[in-house]
Design a protein around this ligand. Structure first.
Ligand SMILES: NC(=O)C1=CN([C@@H]2O[C@H](COP(=O)(O)OP(=O)(O)OC[C@H]3O[C@@H](n4cnc5c(N)ncnc54)[C@H](OP(=O)(O)O)[C@@H]3O)[C@@H](O)[C@H]2O)C=CC1
Ligand SMILES: O=C(O)[C@@H]1CCC=N1
Length: 309
């Protein structure tokens, strides 16, 4: 029916991706792994298996303690009819039985994980999706056999609630490019938005959307703090801040409204919004936020690279 998906290094991001994908299988009409129905013989509808939908899941970690935690997390998802096999220090067994592998370990461990005896061979002819910040296609393709199809993806933590943003590097030409693209789109579109971009943009994407939830949450927390300063209860202040950011973001995404237009429409002449905006500008908020993306991009480019002497 479907294929076997292995998450190699199932920590924060691995859990976010697997949880989102399994949730999407449960809630979508594709949950049975069939794409559509076909009229084979008159009056008989036969399901066509969807080869882009995963149906078996493996999560790999290094420590048994982490495996125990994952079994609890994914045990709950088992009630949705999907089970995840959790393995500690058994990467080779997992990769051997997988069709598609998502590499989610720390960037500095990538080479060690991929050089474990037998892993290269186990990845032969398979699709390897790396979500590691800073580890380049050039490095990854050097660490596997030429027959392994490698692609980079940069997702973010909201994948866990299927509101993620994932950027995927353009696929290398191969006879599998089209089917790989379909598999990748199925995984990452099921847990949020997904778009393809050239690899040269990856460090910037890592900073903007990969790290972005952390930056957005600093802004959100600060807005809530301001509300608390002015006497709002903490919980309500946070709800107001979060829903306001979500609303503004949805206006941009859904109707294509430019952020400056939204800002202008909120800003009544002589009103309170312009007073607040000027205070923000006094604090150089725009350059501070833009510089944080610049600095994070520069740091992303160093991750997974040999330390400079
Ligand atoms: N966090 C984020 O928001 C994002 C992270 N990324 C990228 O995702 C990757 C993972 O980040 P994150 O999830 O935060 O990190 P975590 O530390 O949460 O997860 C790393 C996982 O790797 C496992 N691991 C360690 N050594 C091995 C090994 N030898 N074999 C198999 N598994 C191993 C760990 O298991 P154990 O606990 O047993 O050691 C752990 O489960 C990084 O490369 C990062 O750049 C990309 C986008 C967003
Ligand atoms: O902080 C990091 O290095 C990772 C990559 C993007 C988000 N978290």
């Amino acid at each position: 029916m479907g294929y076997s998906l292995c998450v190699l290094g199932c920590g924060t991001m691995g859990i976010a991706i697997l949880s989102g994908v399994i949730d999407s299988l449960h809630t979508s009409s594709l949950s049975n792994g069939f794409q559509k129905w076909e009229l084979h013989t008159p009056g008989t509808l036969t399901p066509i298996p969807d080869a882009t939908v995963p149906s078996q899941f493996t999560a790999c970690v290094s420590r048994e303690e982490s495996a125990q935690k994952l079994r609890k997390i994914f045990g709950a998802l088992g009630e949705l009819g999907q089970s995840v096999e959790v393995l500690a220090s058994k990467n080779l067994d997992a990769v051997k039985t997988a069709d598609v592998v998502i590499l989610c370990c720390k960037p500095q461990l990538a080479h060690i994980v991929l050089s474990e005896p037998g892993i290269k061979e186990a990845l032969d002819g398979k699709l390897l999706i790396s979500i590691l910040a800073g580890v380049t296609m050039h490095q990854l393709t050097n660490w596997v056999l030429p027959t392994t199809r490698v692609v980079r993806a940069m997702p973010n933590t909201p994948c866990k609630i299927r509101e993620g943003m994932t950027v995927v590097s353009n696929l290398l030409a191969s006879e599998y490019a089209e089917s790989d693209r379909a598999v990748i789109l199925k995984i990452f579109s099921s847990i949020g938005r997904c778009r393809f971009l050239e690899e040269k943009h990856f460090d910037a994407c890592t900073a903007l959307s990969g790290s972005g939830p952390a930056f957005a949450c600093i802004f959100m927390e600060a807005m809530a703090d301001g509300g608390v300063m002015m006497g709002l209860p903490r919980a309500e202040a946070l709800e107001l801040a979060a829903q306001t950011l979500q609303g503004a973001a949805r206006m941009v995404l859904q109707s294509g409204t430019h952020p400056a237009q939204i800002k202008d429409s909120v800003t009544t002449p002589g009103g309170c919004t312009i007073a607040g905006l000027l205070a923000l500008e006094d604090g150089k908020v725009r350059s501070t936020i833009a510089r944080s993306i610049q600095i994070a991009t520069e740091r992303a480019s160093e991750l997974g690279q040999p330390a400079k002497k």
